[in-house]
Ligand binder design. Structure first.
Ligand SMILES: [Fe+2]
Ligand SMILES: [Fe+2]
Length: 267
C-alpha cells in the first residue's frame, strides 16, 4: 500500500508542475479506493528544503506591479496571480499534512482532499490563462503566502490560524466583489470559474476552523482567545484588514465574537 507521507514528500520536493498535479490526484484516488496508508514513519524534512519551480520568479509582495481589471492585460495578470495562489495552496495543503504528525487519520484525509481541490483550481485557471496566450510562470508572482508557512512550521495552531483561518479566509471576503465585476463585464467563463473556487474555499476554511478547535480542545485551550493571540503574534500589523464576509465566514466556522474582534480594532 502506498503511503500518504511519501506522496507529500514527493509533492513538496519535486519541481515539475505536471508531476506534482498527477501525484496529488493519484493520492486522492488511492484514498477514495482505500489504498492509501497513513502510517507515519518517514522523517519530516525541514521546511527550508521544500522546492519550487524556477518560474514564476518570486518577488516580495511590495515589489509586485499593480494590476487592474480594466484591460485584457490586466485581467490576464489577475488570473496569473490567482494561478499562483492556487499553486501555492497545493503546497500549503501538502505541507500541513506532511509537517504535523500524530493526528487522527481524518486530519490527513481532509488536507489531502484540499490539496486535490487546489490542484483542480490551478488546472482550471491555467487553462483559462491560455485563452490570454499566457502560461503560468510567464509573469512574476509574490512569495508572501509561503512566508506564513515558514513562520508557523513548528506550531500547528499558528499554521491553522494563519493559513486557512486568515489567508484563505481572505479569499471569502474579496472574491464575491471580483465575481460581481466579471458579471458586469459579461465574462461568464471567469464568473463560473471563480464561483466554483469560492464554493470549495468555504469548505477549506471550515476544515481549518474545525481542526483549530479540535487541537485547542485536546490541549485544553479556549479557541477564541488562542486565535486572537496567534493572529496578534503572527500577522504583520496585528490584524488583517476588513471588510469581512461575515455570512461566509460563519459558514466556515468563525464565531460572531471572532468576527467582532477582527472588525473592531478597539476590542
Ligand atoms: Fe483554491
Ligand atoms: Fe483553498
Amino acid at each position: 500500500m502506498k503511503n500518504v507521507f511519501k506522496f507529500a514528500e514527493a509533492c513538496l520536493q519535486g519541481i515539475a508542475i505536471d508531476e506534482k498535479l498527477a501525484l496529488t490526484h493519484q493520492a486522492w484516488y488511492l484514498l477514495e479506493n482505500n489504498q492509501l496508508s497513513f502510517t507515519s514513519e518517514l522523517q519530516v524534512l525541514p521546511i527550508n528544503q521544500v522546492k519550487f519551480p524556477d518560474k514564476p520568479i518570486l518577488l516580495p509582495p511590495r515589489d509586485m506591479p499593480k494590476r487592474k481589471l480594466g484591460s485584457s492585460d490586466g485581467i490576464a495578470a489577475f488570473f496569473h496571480a490567482i494561478a499562483h495562489v492556487e499553486f501555492m495552496a497545493i503546497y500549503l495543503a501538502w505541507d500541513l499534512l506532511y509537517r504535523f504528525r500524530g493526528l487522527p487519520e481524518q486530519f490527513y484525509q481532509d488536507w489531502l482532499k484540499v490539496a486535490d481541490e487546489e490542484a483542480q483550481h490551478f488546472e482550471l485557471i491555467r487553462l483559462h490563462l491560455r485563452t490570454f496566450n499566457l502560461n503560468y510562470g510567464d509573469l512574476t508572482a509574490h512569495n508572501g503566502l509561503w512566508d506564513h508557512a515558514k513562520d508557523t512550521a513548528d506550531d500547528l495552531l499558528a499554521r491553522l490560524a494563519m493559513v486557512p483561518r486568515c489567508m484563505e479566509a481572505r479569499g471569502l471576503d474579496v472574491t464575491p466583489a471580483i465575481i460581481a465585476k466579471f458579471k458586469n463585464l459579461g465574462d461568464d467563463a471567469s464568473v463560473t470559474l471563480l464561483e466554483r473556487i469560492l464554493t470549495d474555499e468555504i469548505t477549506h476554511v471550515e476544515r481549518g476552523s474545525f481542526w483549530f478547535k479540535w487541537v485547542c480542545k485536546e490541549k485544553g485551550l479556549e479557541p477564541e482567545a488562542k486565535y486572537r493571540e496567534l493572529i496578534k503574534q503572527y500577522y504583520q500589523g496585528g490584524r488583517p484588514k476588513g471588510p469581512f464576509n461575515r455570512e461566509m465566514r460563519i459558514i466556515a466556522g468563525f464565531s460572531n465574537a471572532e468576527l467582532d474582534w477582527l472588525e473592531n480594532k478597539n476590542l
